[in-house]
Design a protein around this ligand. Structure first.
Ligand SMILES: Nc1ncnc2c1ncn2[C@@H]1O[C@H](COP(=O)(O)OP(=O)(O)OP(=O)(O)O)[C@@H](O)[C@H]1O
Ligand SMILES: [Mg+2]
Length: 415
């Protein structure tokens, strides 16, 4: 765009100068010829001037920018011919012929400009020598040769310098174009980046929502479903054994109260109440003892290694794992004994829960339905969230062993 404005402006300037000089030279030629009053030469001159005017018009109207070669090159060749004719009419047209140098730089490509300047120098030397007639004498030829060399020397040097200047300008324009293109690309990349950023935010939000949904599902299972199952079991026992009625009823009430409190804590994303006052071993001890009392099954907790306070999330996960494992023993195992081992090692902490019950086939997990089947997978997900793992070993009639392994990240940062 800028390029075409520049070319347009140069064309106007060039043709304006050419036309003004053609008129001036015509006036002078007319005055000079009028003194001799040769009608034929006046007519010839007017014809050549008319053709040259048409040439100027053509140069103005045709696409003669230096990068659109053929009209420029043809027009330049015509200009040289017209210049020769004009000088033939009157040497005073040397004033117009001189503009050929300007057209050379504009209309010819690369080094052709030097050749063009040489041709203009020939015509200029002809005009300065007083017309082509001088070539008929030996002394005239010498004068012509000297004038040509002076003209050619000056013009080719000037043209050479002009070519260098134009090349620098072209390079600068190219660089500006490249810069503009790079800017456009950068802008496009920034826009794309903004889009990706927005997409990432949406995905992060969705992932956060999904994570929270999984956490809530786990909490509902571990707190509400387990509590309600325990309550139902106690109420059924109260019905079945009227003599133990009171004991089962109070156990059911206690379970209801505890589950309610735990549900409230879950909503606020607080850790289990048992862990609030005591460390994990003591909290596990309480859970195991209560469970054994409720279900009348012997359960022991063994502690190995040196116990230390772990990150709340890790302790809560291990406690929930033990609770679900015990709930499963109570519901599915018909076990006579349960053993839990909590081992504190250097980099990890493990919790094993073994029972001597009916066992099952871990390779064929039960489907998740309205009545359950969510416990083990929720346990696995909960452990995965803290970079922990779960292994289940069991076979029908061979009891069940469940092993959870978590990183030992100590509260306060030191391992
Ligand atoms: N200690 C165990 N002894 C025998 N079978 C078990 C034991 N633990 C789990 N199972 C079997 O694995 C299945 C899946 O257990 P999971 O805890 O995932 O679901 P659930 O206990 O049936 O239901 P819920 O979603 O209420 O926990 C159980 O239905 C049961 O058949
Ligand atoms: Mg279960």
């Amino acid at each position: 765009m800028e390029e075409s404005i520049r070319a347009e402006w140069t064309t106007r300037k060039l043709t304006g100068v050419a036309f003004a000089l053609l008129l001036a030279a015509t006036l002078m030629a007319w005055l000079a010829q009028n003194s001799g009053l040769n009608q034929e030469s006046v007519r010839n001159t007017m014809i050549v001037v008319a053709i040259t005017s048409l040439w100027i018009l053509a140069f103005r109207l045709l696409p003669t920018r230096y990068y659109q070669r053929w009209p420029s090159e043809v027009l330049f060749a015509l200009l040289i011919l017209l210049s020769v004719a004009l000088v033939w009419c009157s040497p005073l047209y040397g004033f117009f012929v001189w503009t050929g140098y300007l057209f050379t730089v504009y209309a010819l490509p690369g080094r052709w400009r030097v050749v063009g300047a040489g041709l203009v120098a020939v015509v200029t030397a002809g005009s300065q020598s007083g017309g082509w007639a001088i070539l008929q004498t030996g002394g005239g030829q010498l004068l012509f040769a000297v004038l040509f060399l002076v003209n050619a020397g000056i013009s080719t040097t000037m043209t050479w310098l002009e070519i260098g200047k134009m090349r620098t300008t072209e390079k600068r324009i190219e660089m500006i174009d490249e810069l503009a293109q790079a800017n456009q690309k950068l802008e496009a990349a920034l826009k794309e980046n903004a889009g990706l950023h927005a997409q990432l935010l949406v995905q992060a939000h969705e992932a956060g929502v999904l994570d929270e949904r999984q956490r809530m599902a786990g909490e509902i299972h571990d707190v509400l479903a387990q509590g309600l199952t325990g309550i139902v079991t106690q109420l059924e026992a109260a019905e079945a054994h009227p003599r133990e009625h009171e004991r089962h009823l109070s156990a059911a009430k206690r379970l209801a109260r505890e589950s309610l409190a735990e549900a409230r804590r879950s909503v606020q994303a607080l850790r289990p109440q048992q862990l609030d006052s005591a460390g994990l071993p003591a909290a596990l001890d309480e859970v195991v003892e209560t469970w054994a009392g409720l279900h009348g099954v012997r359960a022991d907790l063994i502690l190995t290694g040196t116990a230390r306070r772990l990150l709340p999330e890790i302790e809560a996960t291990l406690l929930r794992t033990a609770q679900e494992a015990l709930a499963n023993v109570a519901r599915h195992a018909n076990a006579g004994r349960v053993g839990l081992t909590l081992s504190y090692m250097e980099d990890m902490v493990t919790l094993d829960v073994r029972d001597d019950g009916d066992g099952f086939e871990p390779d064929r997990p039960r489907e998740v339905t309205a009545t359950g089947g969510f416990g083990l997978s929720a346990m696995r997900e909960r452990l995965a969230r803290i970079a922990g793992t779960l292994a289940v070993e069991s076979e029908p009639g061979g009891g069940t062993a469940l092993s959870a392994c978590v990183p030992a990240i100590v509260l306060g940062g030191a391992a």
